[in-house]
Design a protein around this ligand. Structure first.
Ligand code: NDP
Ligand code: MG
Length: 390
């Protein structure tokens, strides 16, 4: 049976891995929408090859270029946030949410309102608006499947289990580019150094977020929101080999680990074939050759982002939206070499402290409007903190 699929963020690392799986089974899928940002050539080439209904770029000023690149193909061209929403509303059986950053939230929400199955790589959606996302999915009978490797691992370990029997969830972290650097060298780390990952090949932003552990900080919040567990039940474990992605501890003492190669096509493939399992062309682990897996606790001095995530989970409400927005601004400033590596966490800390007097921060009822307002406010506060820091 042919399934209708759409891929948001198709030109990115997750998007391209998703397309790789779809390309291997051309008769299995009918592509509805592909979306991208600035990489028009890739978007148009994939939309043509996969015979998509529509290709959407987030950048309105790039529409003429996209139209030219799609001329004569029969694929519609569209641009801008409204077009992204419209594409998310087109009937599809499975939608990949793999835009990077807070921009992934509106199309994801629009898709859920149509009762679709949403494969969620865009962790920022859960961090900024977890209760809204889960509430919307429940109201419209939609399904959210985690694509982040740790969360896919937890999800797989929970098949046939009762969440009430879960004592703890452990998500692993490789430690990123600077796991073993002397602490006093971190301030001088460059974006190029931070954008190299020991095990995974990912987009630039998430790779730098792995070095600061802002990625793991987002994932702590993502775990709380998706699995509805207490912050005290979630732990981070440094595991340099990146082969165990997550572990679930049960009330009888059992610890179920999810192992897999560091290749996102496993988690994407699991979500694509769910609830069945399908063939996925990833490397098979040879544990006898690997011989050894190692673990250590995360150092809060090296990775202050983890402490900040715990504060955000304590505050609740819109703190996740503020945290993510401040992090995105600080990351931009680091990539532009305006601030040091270690300043990213300082700036996010400053923004959260300054916003803590805002009664709106712990606002219980989250909707798209107040998430957007908090996102904007945190970006303004972050810009101030960045100016003070430079
Ligand atoms: P990339 O940076 O590789 O790709 C991001 C995608 O989003 C691209 O298609 C990009 O378009 C598009 N995009 C960028 N900005 C906007 C915007 N403002 N509006 C709409 N689209 C935009 O990111 P990744 O694939 O690495 O990550 C995607 C998401 O998946 C992130 O949330 C990340 O945290 C998550 N994730 C990624 C993993 C990985 O292995 N890469 C692992 C687990 C989670 P273009 O490139 O054309 O400009
Ligand atoms: Mg992850």
């Amino acid at each position: 049976m042919t399934r209708r699929v759409s891929i948001f963020g198709a030109t990115g690392s997750i998007g391209q891995n998703t397309i790789d799986l779809i390309d291997r089974d051309p008769d299995g899928f009918e592509v509805v929408a592909l979306t991208g940002g600035g990489n028009i050539a890739q978007l148009a080439a994939d939309a043509r090859r996969l015979n998509a209904q529509v290709a959407v770029t987030a950048h309105e000023d790039r529409l003429p270029e996209l139209r030219d690149a799609l001329a004569g193909s029969g694929v519609e061209a569209a641009a801008g946030e409204g077009a992204l929403i419209e594409a998310a509303e087109r009937p599809a059986d499975w939608i990949m949410s793999a835009i990077v950053g807070a921009a992934g939230l509106p199309p994801g929400l629009a898709a859920l309102k149509h009762g679709t199955t949403l494969a969620l790589a865009n962790k920022e959606s859960l961090v900024t608006a977890g209760p809204l996302l889960m509430r919307t999915a429940a109201k419209h009978g939609a399904t959210i499947l985690p694509v982040d490797s740790e969360h896919s691992g937890v999800f797989q370990a929970l098949v046939g289990e009762n969440i009430a029997d879960v004592e703890r969830i452990l998500i692993t972290a490789s430690g990123g580019a600077f796991r073993d650097w002397p602490l006093d060298k971190l301030a001088d780390a460059t974006p190029e150094q931070a954008a190299t990952h020991p095990n995974w090949v990912m987009g630039q932003r998430i790779t730098i977020d792995s070095a600061t552990m802002f990625n793991k900080a987002l994932e702590l919040i993502e775990t709380k929101e998706f699995f509805d567990v207490l912050p005290s039940q979630i732990e981070v474990l440094v595991h340099p080999e990146s082969l165990i992605h997550a572990l679930v501890g049960f009330r009888d003492g059992a610890l179920m680990a999810h192992l897999g190669p560091p290749d996102m096509r496993h988690a994407i493939g699991y979500a694509l074939h769910w609830p069945a399992r399908g063939d996925v062309p990833v490397e098979r682990l040879d544990l006898a050759r690997i011989a050894q897996l190692t673990f250590r606790p995360p150092s809060e001095a090296r990775w202050p982002a983890l402490r900040l995530a715990r504060e955000v989970m304590e505050t609740g409400g819109l703190a996740g939206a503020a945290f993510n927005a401040a992090k995105e601004k600080a990351l931009d400033a680091f990539i532009e070499k305006r601030i040091r590596f270690t300043a990213m966490a300082e700036i996010v800390d400053t923004v959260l402290t300054r916003l803590s007097s805002d009664p709106g921060l712990s606002s219980a009822q989250i909707d798209l409007d107040n998430v957007r307002q908090m996102d904007q406010l945190a970006r303004v506060r972050a810009a101030e903190a960045i100016r003070e820091n430079t």
